[in-house]
Design a protein around this ligand. Sequence first.
Ligand code: AMP
Length: 215
Amino acid sequence: MHDLILLGPPGAGKGTQARWIVEALGIPQISTGDMLRAARKAGTPLGKQADAFMTAGKLVPDEVVVGLVAERLREADCTPGFLLDGFPRTIPQAGALGEELARHGRKIGTVVAIEVDDEALVKRLSGRRTCTACNRIWHLAFDPPPSPDRCACGGALLHRDDDKEETIRNRLRVYHEQTSPLIAYYERQGVLRRVDGSGAPDVVRKRVAEVVGGK
Ligand code: AMP
């Protein structure tokens, strides 16, 4: 059984690494960020409740996300395991997760903590540009578009609010205050594995594979 958590600051590459891990291990990826964005887009009561917190770069209240994840973990595809991405984000969320799993005779197997220093994260995130026509994501330094404001398809490039330096620094502050204590929490439980998240996605992938198995 693979009951995994992927932990790390915004911009650490959790989403990118999560995609191949779930494919290699045949388990579902459970991303609370994706679930909340879908609820917001669909205009559900949950989405409406989460909207203001997300826009401000703040965390959605614990009871809201805990309920969402607990329900998702009860679905049949989670029987062989799961990869949590973006959850837990606070100590109370981690406590609630542990209790929910224990009710079903399960426990977290491995917590992969991807570590990248703040300045590198700001550089990674603030250089991102999204095409308003084809949605392709470019990076001014690492994957440069034909021109700083124009995509290869001819569409105009957008610097999303999420990717502006002030919002990034706010999200990093929230991470250091509320989420990084989880590293010590899971270290005490003996399930934490640290991975150096610097460098290209493929380089990081090899390091993650050593910890979780897979390709
Ligand atoms: P992400 O894509 O994981 O960075 O999540 C985007 C936003 O969704 C966050 O900035 C929070 O507002 C909200 N969010 C996602 N996961 C959680 C969580 N576990 N606890 C509280 N808020 C969350």
